[in-house]
Structures are given as structure tokens and as C-alpha cells.
Design a protein around this ligand. Structure first.
Ligand SMILES: Cc1cc2nc3c(=O)[nH]c(=O)nc-3n(C[C@H](O)[C@H](O)[C@H](O)COP(=O)(O)OP(=O)(O)OC[C@H]3O[C@@H](n4cnc5c(N)ncnc54)[C@H](O)[C@@H]3O)c2cc1C
Ligand code: SF4
Ligand code: SF4
Length: 1010
């Protein structure tokens, strides 16, 4: 483990304005990348400017620390972990410095993320086409560092082919511009520090030219070692930047990258070539590439099988998979002229016939082409392919698919033999692998399943690696075809390139960086790749057992499986994306590694395994790590391995509550359902906080509620259940009378004066449903419950209102507020009460419907993990959000709503849990029951309110920043007559506060159109 360097820390703090992080928690968060390694850095600096980065490097040099540049930290080979000072470029260094649209080039800072760059280029008709799968978080600095390659490298090449120049800081602190140069270096000024360096490099290139010619594999996908081939004489394209590309931060620190840009891709044609045998598919690849496609991607039988298990992918498979293929090659044509693409697609059909494949042929020669022309289907297939891998990665056992021979590349003519021999190697070592990715360039991804906690599996890893790399050498391929060297491959350079070239690599390193300032021990002089001291799960790794608050038994390991759940994070960094979906709102506003799902999961892993000192799990630093997690559950759905941080946060809060008790704020939040009945009796008293001058400020000082935001307003006319009818808990009042009891003055146009007496559509059959009135709607927004009642009533349902089974007056509650503060015992009590009250209905199969997403999905998610009874399980299968129920019933033809047509425009914002549980389509379908409404859904992450989060004085700014990411600007832009629909109480509150608009629950839109 790296030793602490207090002098370095002191100087950085004094001289750098960006974050300087030297505490154990922060260092732990930067100790891993997407490989299986872990090394503690000495500290982290997050420079605000390139100049600050340069200064930090100089300070590190003077204080005797090495330097590790870092982008997204998504490398798979351990090149982004080291006992160094980490310089994180991703937070501040992400500007486009120059864009030359005519010339098709741009200059960027190293921390810009590829998707973000392409988003800014799109309006100019340009893109940067090295489309790595991690494009949502991979930075250009990291991509250049690794010589990354995209799925379309057949057309566009690798990073090396697309980097025009690099500005870098050298180990001696001088800056240099690496770019095109004359062979005699006459265009480099004499005083430039680059000139002597370049001269030496070219001399080395000339000296080793014959060896390079003999030993460098002739495949496009060779990213291992230093690019000595860029220095050999006789080439008319000398570009000195190419020695830095793929150097994994070991030679210099990149400050600017000049990129070659390409026109955006237009319409494409894809042929899904089916094969009866995997071997035949591999063998065919070499012939298919002759039609000059831009990509040939493989999907194998296992992946197809996995995708068939997932309901959302089944329709896509049905559209392009015919029969039971052993493998499919997706051949993509992307010329400017779609007619030409279609002509090539036709030739693909002929070629498959010429190769002997036919739909009518038996066995291995069975096959043919399915055309995929529709862009929507092409996109769906691309998503399916990516998600198929995710399903594979989400294995819950301790053995996981491990990336170490994952990107070997061999010449296409050997692909079939290579894959079948490697499969035999896996079998011999008692494991298996699933194949996918880039058949066009002979670089197929495969990860054998191994448990690297076991010595025997570590031995198997070495044996497989040695056998695989020997085979790759035999085929004159490259052992490092996409992901780089890092700790994984560097050891194998000697057998791959020979001793002489490895010495030449060392000379390059020493010429650039004689004292080992930059990322030492990578590419040259690396430790053994299976040195377990550098593993994330090394021989010392242990997790102490403890009793968790929730049930984690679907995972393995200590603490009832909590260990396994935490360890699901493999650092792939998908939670660092900026756009689309929900995950992870706190990251999107702070760009701090601490505030992203990955940072949190890593912190938890280190804490439970004792690597952050005693009691770390319930510590203040852990609370700080989770403070901005809004429990949106975005990660539960969008993390490829299903890391559910919202649930994990409950464990931490519960551990803290048990150890340290609860704060006043926690008590006021958690116990709200318990004191709400009293508050509703004297609302004026409880509302004084926002009426008396100074009271809000006092509440901020005493309980931490931000004085800037008003608290929800208490009222007397709350929603009340009654229990005096023929059915237990059946409602007493006619919904219409309640709807009239409090006419809304603020509803949007067309939503006043709801008349719910309309009973058309009722039929003789008894359709029953229970309406669960949650605490928030009951006490603060009863209009929503009234509207839901009116709608269900109008659609012919007999609606029951659940009342406590013990006859107590206090209404039911799901326990959400208690869970939010870690009061697990109270949450369980509340949940058990509600489960008991609803049991008579769920036993009869009567569905339970509610309005508040966070409450209703709690019954499906946390509560079954809290209350392990049959009744809880039954409830989890019978509980629906109002809109889920309506959409389901409408689809079954049972929900006949007598709705008047509307002309309004609706802007719909989804609550995070609606998105996480896939309920957004249900809201859209529910709104469609009103003919004529035009609905637009905001592409938003979390609104930022998240229950009590938005009320906290310490979280208010983050809350508003989350809202400002997309939701609030979209609401402000909406026309005044547009109806804003948001089904979450918190979302409506945030919209009202942040955009000054009233948002309504979908039930009210329906009720208004009855
Ligand atoms: C699920 C998954 C899929 C992947 N798919 C692909 C793929 O399709 N194609 C592919 O090529 N790779 C792929 N990768 C690997 C990885 O995502 C890419 O290599 C990516 O380009 C790395 O970018 P990053 O910003 O995360 O770099 P990092 O990991 O942060 O850094 C990579 C290297 O660059 C160096 N570096 C970073 N910034 C600088 C700087 N300013 N100056 C000098 N050196 C610097 C680092 O020190 C490090 O050695 C995948 C990884 C995962 C986990
Ligand atoms: S939390 Fe999920 S998405 Fe984020 S790095 Fe870990 S596995 Fe990837
Ligand atoms: S629950 Fe939401 S805020 Fe918390 S880590 Fe997951 S995505 Fe991020």
C-alpha cells in the first residue's frame, strides 16, 4: 500500500485550487479501474485547469511521488491503478478548445467524454468515430492513452489513426507538441525540447526497424507495447504523437489532443447472417469483410439465449432471429448512398449462398441473411447486444467472467481455429466463455468465468493466459488487441515481441521518463500479472459477518449476501454517463467520484472488508459518501450488474441509527406518519414554521430544514377512510362529494369542476380494487386520491379503502419515511401493519392500487426484503401504481373509461422509481385513454427533490442542481396551458418551487376528462 506523503499533500493544498484528496476513503475510491486489480494511490488531485495539472505534476516530482493520469478509469488491464498521485482530468478538463468544421478537426482537453464530444459535434454534421462501448464515460485522454478501438474500426481505424497531434508535459516539466513531422525533423525548431527527443526516438526506430518488421503482428488490432512501428524509417506519414498513443500515461501527461473528425453516418443496411455452427461463422468472417462493411459484430447462441429470457428483448429477437442459429454475424454497411448499402446487402445474400449456406441446408451449413433496414430495429439490436453482455456480467455467484484474454486479435483466416481451440482450453480448465464483439478485425471478446479469490482459479487464469497467448503468437496475432497492457499484458511482451524489442520499449520509457515519474510498472518493468497482492480480492480480503437490516440472500458472501451485492460493482463506469436514463443524478451535478454509484459501491466494499479502518461502515465519512444519493434507484435498473445503492444506503443508515441514534431532522422525517394525525387537527400550529418571521430560519438551525424552502402545508380536510360498509374498509362517501369538497383553484385549464358521477361503462361484473392511501397524498394532496377514486368508480370498479386490521384509528403507511432515515424496526412495524390490513384482499386476489411511486414500489422491493412472510410476498405481486393498473386493465379490455376528448398538451415527468420499475409506458398509455391529448415525456433524471432530500439545508443546492439538469428548464419552456404531469409528490413540489408551475397526478388528468 502506498505510504502517506504529508508534505506532498500540504503543498498541493497550498498551490492547487482544485480538490486535493488524501483521506483513506477518497484514495480507496481511486484504487480500482475496471480490471481485477487494486492499488492505493498516495492521493488525488482534481485540477481546475491544465496549468494546475502541470503544477501538480511538478510538485509530485519534487516530493518524490509518481503520477497517474486518469480519465473515466474504465480500463480493463490495471493501467489506471498505481501507488501514485492520481491526476483526475474528468471533472474540469473537458473543453473543446478549437473546432475546424471545414478542415474536419478539433482540439480538446483530455478529460472530455466521447459522447459529450459527439453531442457537440453533431450540429456540424461531424463525429469522432472511435466508438468504444464505454463512449458514455471514456475520455479522449484515456482513449488516446489506451489506443482505444471502436466497433467500426474496420472503417475508421483505432485512436492512433485518428489522433492528429498531442500536446504533452514531459517528465522534466517542459511542454511539447507531438504531431506530423518531416523525416529529417527539419520542421521542428532547433531550440525545442522535442527535437533531441524525437531524434533519439527516430534513431531507435531505425535501429530496430528489422526487428519491428519481424516481430510486430500485422493485425490492425495491435495495441500492446509502444508504437515503435511509428518511428521506423521509410514512412511518409511520420507523426510523433503516435508514440504517445497507447502509452498508457507512462511517457508524458497529455494536455491537448487534436482529433480527425468524420462526417456523421447516414442510413445504414445491416445483414444478420445466421450460421448453424459457430465455427462456420468464424470461418465466414474473412469472406464477409471483402464486401467492405463498416462492422461485423458477433452474437453467439449463449447471448441469444440470455436475451430471449428478457421480456423487453424478445420482440426484437423475433424480428431478426430466424430459427436456432449457433451464431449470428451482424454485417453493417454504412456508405453515404443507401442504394449502395442495399446493393452490398444483396451481394451479401449471394456470398452466403456461394459459401454454401442455405435456409434449407442441414447442420453446419444451415443459414442465410435476414435484412435489417429499419433504423429503429438496428438501434434495438445494438442495445440488445450490449445488454446481453450485461446480463452475462450480472452473475450473482462469486465466480465472475474475468477479462484477461478478452481482446486477443488474430488474422481473420485463423479466427475459426483460434476460437475453437480456445474453447477447448477453457474446457480443460473447467470453465467456459461467451463470445461477442468485433469479428471484422479478428478481435473477439471472451471472458472465462473464474473466482479470483481462489488460488486454484488464479492458477487457472495463468494457465489459460499462457496457452491463449501462445496460440495467438502461433497465428501471428496480438495478445493485446483493444484494452491495452497495464498490469495484465505487460508481463507477456517478452514472449510476444522478444527480448530485444522489450529492451527497446524500456529505452523509450527511459528516454522520456528516466526517473519513472509517469505510471511506473506498466508496459515495461511490470509486476507479474497474477501477483495477488495487487488484486482487488487479494489473499487478505475478508468481510466480517454482521446481521443486515434487509434480506440479501439472492447474493453470496457474508452479512447474509450483502457482501455479494456490494461486490457486484465491477467498475465499468456506466454510472458516470451524463445523458439518457436516471443513473446517477448526484454524479451529474458534482462530477465527484465520491458521488457516483461506483464510488459508493467501492467505498462500501472497502469498508465492509476492513480496509478503511474500524467502524468505517457507520462512520461520518461513509454518510458523506452517501449523502447525495437520492435513492432514485436509477442504478438498480441501469447499472449493468444491477447495483442497487438505494437499498444499500438503508443498511448504512440502519447501522448508523443503531450505533449513534437519530438526529432531530431524521426523527421529524421518519416519524411523520405517526404525528401526522395530530398535525392535521391543528394545522395552523404546524404551519407556523412558514408563517412566523424567523421560524424557518430557526428550523434550519435546529433541524437542518432549509429556510429557503417551505415545508408541505398541513390541512384539516385530509383524505379519510371509513369502515362501515358491507366490505371491510369500503369507502363511505361518494367520490363526487369529496371532489366538490375542495375545488381546486390552481388546476390547469380544463381540469376544474370534475364531475365524477358519470357512471357510464359500468357492467354487471364486480371488479374490485383496493386503493391504498399513502401518507403524502392523504395529508397534503387528497385531491389525487379523490381523483383516483372518481376514475376507478367511473370505470366500474368497486373500490375498497384499506384500514388497519387492528381497528386503530391511525391510518396505514408503507414505512417509507422510516426506511429513509434507517429506522428499520419502525419501518417493519408499519409495513407489517399494512400487509395485515391488505391480506384479506390479496388472499382473494384483489389488486391493491396506490398513487405514490416511492410507497407503492416499496411494497415490491424493500418490503419483501424486510418482512419475510407469505403475505408480504403476495402483496408484492398484487400491488400496482394507479397507472400500471389502469393500463393493464385497459389492455385486458376491462377498463372502460367514459372520458371526454381533450385537446391539451401534456408534459410528462416520470418519478425515478417509475423509471426504475419500467412504469413510464403505463403512464403514457393511461394518458392515451383521454382521446386527443398530446403527450411529451421529458427526458429527465431525478427531479432532485427525492423525499426529504430537497428540504435539507445541506442538500438543497444539489437538489436544485439536479432539477436544473433537464426537468426544470423543460417545464419553464412549456406553454402556460400545457398540463404538467408528475406522479411523485416530491417531483410536484420541486416543479412548483423550481419552475413556479403546478404539476398534477395522472389520476387528476383522467378525472378532469370524465
Ligand atoms: C464494459 C467495457 C467495455 C469496453 N469497451 C471498449 C471498447 O469497445 N473499445 C476499447 O478500446 N476499449 C474498451 N474498454 C476499455 C476502456 O473503456 C477504454 O480503453 C477507454 O477508452 C478508457 O477511457 P478512460 O477515460 O476510462 O481512460 P482511463 O482508464 O482513465 O485511462 C486509460 C489510460 O490512459 C491514461 N491517461 C488518461 N488520461 C491521460 C492524460 N491526460 N495523459 C496521459 N495519459 C492519460 C491513463 O493513465 C491510463 O493508462 C471497455 C471497458 C469496459 C469496462
Ligand atoms: S455501479 Fe454499476 S454502473 Fe457503476 S461502475 Fe459499478 S457496475 Fe458499473
Ligand atoms: S440510487 Fe440514484 S443517486 Fe443513488 S447511487 Fe443509485 S443512481 Fe445514484
Amino acid at each position: 500500500m502506498a505510504t502517506l506523503m504529508p508534505a506532498l499533500e500540504r503543498r498541493l493544498r497550498r498551490e492547487i485550487s482544485g480538490d486535493v484528496l488524501f483521506d483513506g476513503f477518497s484514495r480507496g475510491r481511486y484504487a480500482t479501474d475496471a480490471s481485477h486489480y487494486q492499488m492505493m494511490p498516495v492521493g488525488i488531485v482534481v485540477p481546475r485547469t491544465i496549468e494546475e495539472a502541470e503544477r501538480a505534476i511538478a510538485i509530485a516530482d519534487q516530493e518524490g511521488a509518481s503520477v497517474l493520469a486518469r480519465g473515466g478509469g474504465t480500463s480493463q488491464c490495471g493501467q489506471t491503478v498505481n501507488e501514485s498521485l492520481v491526476v483526475d482530468c474528468s471533472k474540469h478538463l473537458h473543453r473543446i478548445l478549437d473546432l475546424d468544421v471545414q478542415g474536419g478537426r478539433c482540439v480538446v482537453e483530455p478529460g472530455i467524454v466521447l459522447d459529450e464530444l459527439n453531442r457537440q459535434l453533431r450540429p456540424h454534421g461531424l463525429w469522432f468515430p472511435v466508438d468504444v462501448s464505454t463512449s458514455s464515460r471514456a475520455t479522449i485522454g484515456g482513449m488516446a492513452g489506451n489506443n482505444s478501438c471502436g466497433g467500426r474500426s474496420l472503417r475508421y481505424g483505432t485512436m492512433r489513426d485518428n489522433v492528429l497531434s498531442i500536446d504533452a508535459v514531459l517528465a522534466d516539466g517542459t511542454a511539447a507538441h507531438f504531431g506530423r513531422a518531416n523525416a529529417d525533423l527539419s520542421d521542428i525548431p532547433d531550440g525545442s525540447p522535442l527535437k533531441p527527443l524525437a531524434r533519439d526516438l527516430l534513431a531507435l526506430g531505425a535501429r530496430e526497424a528489422a526487428e519491428v518488421e519481424a516481430r510486430f503482428p500485422k493485425v490492425q488490432r495491435r495495441v500492446g507495447g509502444y508504437n515503435l512501428d511509428a518511428l521506423t524509417p521509410g514512412r511518409n506519414d511520420l507523426n510523433l504523437a503516435h508514440i504517445l498513443v497507447g502509452s498508457e500515461g507512462t511517457l508524458a501527461f497529455t494536455t491537448k489532443v487534436e482529433l480527425k473528425l468524420w462526417p456523421v453516418l447516414g442510413r445504414r443496411a445491416v445483414g444478420a447472417c445466421h450460421f448453424g455452427s459457430f465455427y462456420e461463422a468464424m470461418n465466414a468472417a474473412q469472406h464477409l469483410v471483402k464486401l467492405a462493411p463498416i462492422a461485423v459484430e458477433l452474437v453467439d447462441r449463449t447471448m441469444i439465449g440470455l436475451a430471449r429470457e428478457i421480456a423487453m428483448f424478445r420482440p426484437t429477437l423475433e424480428q431478426f432471429v430466424r430459427g436456432e442459429p449457433d451464431a449470428i454475424l451482424l454485417v453493417e454497411f454504412g456508405e453515404n448512398d443507401q442504394e449502395e448499402n442495399l446493393r452490398r446487402l444483396a451481394r451479401l445474400h449471394e456470398l452466403m449462398g456461394d459459401l454454401g449456406f442455405g435456409w434449407d441446408k442441414p447442420g453446419a451449413k444451415w443459414g442465410g441473411v435476414v435484412d435489417v433496414i429499419e433504423p429503429a430495429l438496428q438501434t434495438a439490436i445494438a442495445e440488445l447486444r450490449a445488454s446481453g453482455l450485461n446480463v452475462m456480467m450480472s452473475m450473482k455467484e462469486q465466480g465472475k467472467p474475468v477479462s484477461f484474454v478478452e481482446d486477443c486479435a488474430v488474422p481473420l483466416e485463423h479466427l475459426a481455429d483460434y476460437t475453437s481451440r480456445l474453447t477447448e482450453v477453457f474446457e480443460r480448465h473447467g470453465t467456459r466463455g461467451t463470445w461477442y464483439a468485433h469479428a471484422s478485425v479478428g478481435c473477439l471478446h471472451v471472458r472465462p468465468v473464474l473466482n479470483l479469490r481462489l488460488e486454484k482459479d488464479v492458477k487457472a487464469m495463468r494457465a489459460i493466459a499462457e496457452e491463449a497467448f501462445a496460440m495467438v503468437r502461433e497465428y501471428k496475432g496480438s495478445h493485446s488487441g483493444e484494452h491495452g497492457d497495464g498490469l495484465l499484458r505487460s508481463e507477456f511482451h517478452e514472449p510476444m515481441y522478444g527480448t530485444r524489442l522489450v529492451r527497446a520499449f524500456e529505452e523509450v520509457k527511459d528516454r522520456f521518463d528516466p526517473d519513472g515519474l509517469f505510471n511506473p510498472g506498466r508496459i515495461v518493468r511490470a509486476p507479474k500479472f497474477d501477483d495477488r497482492a495487487n488484486f482487488r480480492y487479494g489473499p487478505e480480503y475478508r468481510v466480517e459477518d454482521f446481521t443486515p437490516a434487509l434480506d440479501w440472500s439472492e447474493y453470496t458472501g457474508a452479512a447474509g449476501g450483502f457482501q455479494g451485492a456490494v461486490e457486484m460493482c465491477n467498475n465499468n463506469g456506466a454510472c458516470r454517463k451524463f445523458v439518457a436514463g436516471v443513473m446517477c443524478p448526484s454524479w451529474r451535478v458534482t462530477l465527484n467520484e465520491r458521488d457516483v454509484t461506483r464510488g459508493r459501491a467501492n467505498t462500501l466494499r472497502l469498508a465492509i472488508s476492513g480496509q478503511l479502518g474500524p467502524d468505517a461502515f457507520a462512520s461520518d465519512a461513509m454518510l458523506e459518501t452517501l449523502k447525495l444519493c437520492v435513492s432514485c434507484k436509477g442504478c438498480r435498473r441501469e447499472c449493468p450488474t444491477g447495483v442497487d445503492m438505494a437499498r444499500m444506503k438503508i443498511e448504512v443508515l440502519a447501522a448508523r441509527a443503531a450505533k449513534r441514534g437519530l438526529s432531530l431532522r431524521d426523527r421529524l422525517i421518519g416519524w411523520l406518519p405517526r404525528y401526522a394525525p395530530y398535525a392535521a387537527r391543528v394545522p395552523w400550529l404546524f404551519n407556523l414554521r412558514d408563517a412566523l418571521p424567523g421560524a424557518a430560519r430557526l428550523s434550519e438551525a435546529l433541524a437542518g430544514f432549509s429556510a429557503r424552502r417551505k415545508l408541505p402545508r398541513w390541512r384539516r380536510d385530509i383524505f379519510r377512510d371509513s369502515a362501515d360498509s358491507s366490505w371491510p374498509g369500503e369507502r363511505r362517501e361518494a367520490p363526487s362529494s369529496r371532489l366538490k369538497s375542495r375545488p381546486s383553484t390552481s388546476l390547469p385549464h380544463g381540469m376544474k369542476g370534475v364531475d365524477a358521477r358519470h357512471k357510464a361503462g359500468h357492467d354487471a361484473e364486480v371488479k374490485e380494487v383496493v386503493l391504498f392511501a399513502d401518507t403524502f397524498n392523504r395529508y397534503f394532496e387528497r385531491e389525487n386520491l379523490d381523483a383516483a377514486l372518481a376514475v376507478l368508480d367511473a370505470a366500474g370498479y368497486r373500490v375498497h379503502l384499506a384500514t388497519p386490521a387492528d381497528g386503530a384509528k391511525r391510518p396505514l403507511c408503507c414505512g417509507r419515511t422510516f426506511l429513509a432515515v434507517g429506522a428499520v424496526r419502525e419501518a417493519r412495524e408499519e409495513a407489517e401493519r399494512t400487509i395485515a390490513a391488505l391480506a384479506p384482499y390479496t388472499e382473494r386476489g384483489v389488486p391493491v392500487v396506490g398513487l405514490e411511486p416511492s410507497c407503492i414500489f416499496g411494497f415490491r422491493d424493500e418490503i419483501p426484503a424486510l418482512v419475510k412472510t407469505e403475505a408480504a410476498e403476495r402483496l408484492s405481486g398484487s400491488v400496482f401504481l394507479f397507472e400500471e393498473f389502469v393500463a393493464r386493465e385497459a389492455k385486458a379490455g376491462r377498463f372502460r373509461l367514459p372520458a371526454k376528448p381533450g385537446k391539451d398538451r401534456v408534459l410528462l415527468h416520470g418519478h425515478c422509481h417509475q423509471k426504475s420499475f419500467g412504469a413510464m409506458r403505463a403512464v403514457e398509455e393511461t394518458l392515451k385513454l383521454v382521446p386527443g391529448l398530446s403527450v411529451e415525456t421529458v427526458e429527465s433524471s431525478c427531479c432532485g427533490m427525492a423525499g426529504s432530500f430537497g428540504y435539507g439545508a445541506d442538500t438543497m443546492d444539489a437538489s436544485l442542481a439536479m432539477g436544473e439538469l433537464s426537468l426544470l428548464p423543460a417545464v419553464r419552456k412549456a406553454a402556460p396551458e400545457t398540463i404538467i404531469v408528475a406522479d411523485g409528490t416530491s417531483c410536484r413540489e420541486q416543479i412548483a418551487f423550481g419552475a413556479g408551475r403546478e404539476a398534477v397526478h395522472v389520476a387528476r388528468v383522467l378525472a378532469a376528462h370524465l
